[in-house]
Design a protein. Sequence first.
Length: 347
Amino acid sequence: MIGRSQGLLAAAACVLGFGACSDPNNHTDLRPDGPPEVLTVLASNDPDNAGIAEQATFCKIGDEKRPGLIPANPNAPYQVCPDDLSQGVAEVTDTQPSGWYVRIQFDELLNPDVEDLLPLATGLFAGSLKNTQPVTLQCNGVDVPYDGYYDPSGNSFTWPPGPSLFIQPTAIDSPEMVPSGSACQISIKSNVVDKSGIQVPSDEVGPYPFKIADLALVAEDPAPPKDPTKPTVITADAPLLLTFNAAVQLSSLDPTKIEIHEVADCKTDTALGAAHTAVVTADAHSKLVLDISADDAPATKAWNPAPTTGTTYRITFAAGAQVADLAGATGELPAAADLTLCFSVKP
């Protein structure tokens, strides 16, 4: 479980997985003299979990080596730290709960003993921090188990910036995962040294704080129509999917809080008949998704009565509708004033 950004622009010597990289021969733009200093601490910040976007939760004040505008970011040129060296950055408060990670960038190469190199079946090696444990990662005051790797490649002009330590919780997809909305921090231990054995300055070991985003609904399929006079048309056996920013408990969404009505059109909330009863099922492909329409067998409809072709449906969530992630943190579903799903069933 790693951030996918490492596989995009990492050095050629890197190995995917918890990738190990050989030390680059070109030390351009690094600062080998003196102790290894922390230039930035970045937290993953990708709304669609693509593993590319990272946002600085710390930028070292007054240091010309810290990254500014990085044109090499795959999404678009990206401003990591302000151009004004006297300015820092605000704490990241919306790290996505699923698949999150932290990156600590230094101004010089570290002693490679900061990680272990584990042999792979391919004959290559993968870096791991499982045994060396160079940082302390905590959320809500509790130590979080992690793994990761040391990436000696890059500088303040590359994406991702480097050299760096990549840290990711190892329980991110288990019931013991970090709850959504957690206040977290990362601190550097004394075994993080440069090639001369010099430790990180005591005033730069942290802790560096950041926060996990609250549990939230992030997408619907079909999406709400842009034009209420032209509802999305779906087939009778098409699923209606709700996607969240974290793995959710199937039993946490009360079906009675899902209001399904037949309507004349999407512009009105006047029901034409009795409400339909929803049944919430798990999606076969992702723990982040709940299905509130039909299961995998087209003959068995989750709605009661079954969806009717040629009919327009309006779906809203009653007050108090909520879901919970695997760690028990809860999030409210949008009220009808903020989200209305409306579509018609293809004849």
